[in-house]
Design a protein around this ligand. Structure first.
Ligand code: PLP
Length: 430
């Protein structure tokens, strides 16, 4: 497969865009480096790159694209809305309709506020939890990504329950000291952290089903335990459902599992592929937000007509009967075939799947937390990634990301993907 134009464009991009990409995970650094593929257009389950190569897409733009690319309902909503003006700086009726749709699907969000990204949604929910409790510290789980605001760019130091070390330059130690990181799926370490810092903790922040070190579901009782321990300490529980909301069913993981947080952050799918975020929660907490209360949060672009119209169209399409059954069946077939081929070719893999999302870890040990995901073989993944790319299958370029199916993936696309996996495994065993 020739990718000369992508290579040339990468050289040009390096000259004007830092690292050649506008978000680090778009680079190929985690899979051995080199020019990332520059895409020219996308339709349904496919990408076409600048050299004219076609790929079956399992990146799904890191989550938002669940209907497939350029879904007619979303495109039509965007075009129609754009013709009526792109931004007013005033409230609109559409925002009410959209927020009602969100609340019907996720009832713990009694009141909502729209923002522009998942980062903003989590950042604002944290500020609100701090305003409500009058406390400063946050407990998060190692390996969970919550956007790039200062506070959450802190992951584990070594060992559980350590005070955080920043994962990024430019984050003051004073901020890092306000974050405590514990391992996912372990209530004992959370309890220890709360024993020590509970009276200073504003919130326990969690991806209720992890999507950021691959797909890692909560162990039975884990989410209930998080609620029990946090609330006993007087702390709030914030669910980051930026990846998970509307991914596995029409609602959040909280509605799927029947465990409600105090506050929820949303993003990705709810914007139908346009920039969006939202946070919501119990009325008495949300009423601390300006202009009702003293917690300030604002946004020029927030609730912009295009994102809201795309979001409504996306949710309406997802609400049609059979959507999630179809995603689940496709996920089961593809993940099942990969597992079968891996065992046939003697390649150790673990596949964690929920519905139409899964991660293939190159390891023989089950992955239930970040340490497990870190232990997966990154070189084997990089080899696999490039072999799949050569076969016209676009996977996320990191061993930590999930494959996302869309409703546009056909049985034939899945058959082709399975053939590509077999070719890749055969090559890896040579
Ligand atoms: N929270 C989670 C769980 C995410 O996966 C992400 C992005 O990947 C974010 C927050 C940040 O969202 P955004 O990239 O829209 O700022």
């Amino acid at each position: 497969m020739r990718r000369e134009r992508s290579e040339a464009l990468y050289e040009q991009a390096l000259d004007v865009i830092v690292g050649g990409v506008n978000s680090p995970s778009r680079s190929f650094r985690a899979v051995g480096g080199g020019a990332p593929v520059f895409m020219k257009r996308a339709q349904g389950a496919y990408f076409w790159d600048e050299d004219g190569n076609r790929y079956i897409d399992y990146l799904g733009a890191f989550g938002p694209i669940i209907l497939g690319h350029a879904h007619p309902a979303v495109t039509e909503a965007i075009v129609k809305t754009a013709a009526e003006g792109t931004l007013y700086g005033t409230p609109t009726e559409k925002e009410i309709r959209f927020c009602r749709m969100l609340r019907e699907a996720i009832p713990s969000c009694e009141l909502l506020r729209l923002v522009n990204s998942g980062t903003e949604a989590v950042m604002s929910a944290i500020r609100l939890a701090r305003a409500y409790t009058g406390r400063d510290k946050i407990i998060k789980f190692a390996g969970c990504y919550h956007g790039h605001s200062d506070l959450v760019l802190v992951a584990a130091g070594s060992g559980p329950s350590t005070l955080g070390m920043p994962d990024s330059a430019g984050i003051p130690q004073s901020i890092a000291r306000e974050v405590i990181t514990v391992p996912f799926n372990r209530l004992d370490t959370l309890e220890q952290a709360l024993d020590r810092w509970g009276d200073q903790t504003a919130a326990v922040l969690v991806e209720p089903l992890v999507g950021n070190f691959g797909i890692v579901p909560p162990a039975p009782g884990f989410l209930e335990g998080v609620n029990r321990l946090a609330h006993a300490a007087g702390a709030l529980v914030i669910y980051d459902e930026v990846i998970t909301a509307f991914r596995f069913h029409y609602g959040g993981v909280q509605t799927l599992y029947g465990v409600e947080p105090d506050l929820t952050a949303l993003g990705k799918i709810i914007g139908g592929g346009l920039p969006i975020g939202a946070y919501g929660g119990r009325r008495e907490i949300m009423e601390l937000v300006a202009p009702v209360g003293p917690m300030y949060q604002a946004g020029t672009m927030a609730g912009n007509p295009l994102s809201v119209a795309a979001g409504i169209a996306c949710l309406e399409t997802l609400a049609r009967p059979g959507t999630y059954e179809r995603l689940d069946q496709a996920g089961e077939r593809l993940a099942g075939a990969i597992a079968e081929l891996a065992s046939r070719y003697g390649i150790p893999v673990q596949i964690n799947r929920k519905g139409g999302a899964f991660t293939v870890y190159f390891t023989d040990r089950p992955v239930t937390d970040y340490d497990g995901a870190k232990a997966a073989d990154g070189e084997a993944f990089a080899r696999f990634f490039h072999l799949m790319l050569e076969s016209g299958v676009y996977l996320p370029a990191s061993k930590y990301e999930a494959w996302f199916l869309t409703i546009a993936h056909s049985d034939e696309d899945i058959d082709r993907t399975i053939e590509a996996v077999e070719r890749a495994f055969r090559e890896m065993k040579r």
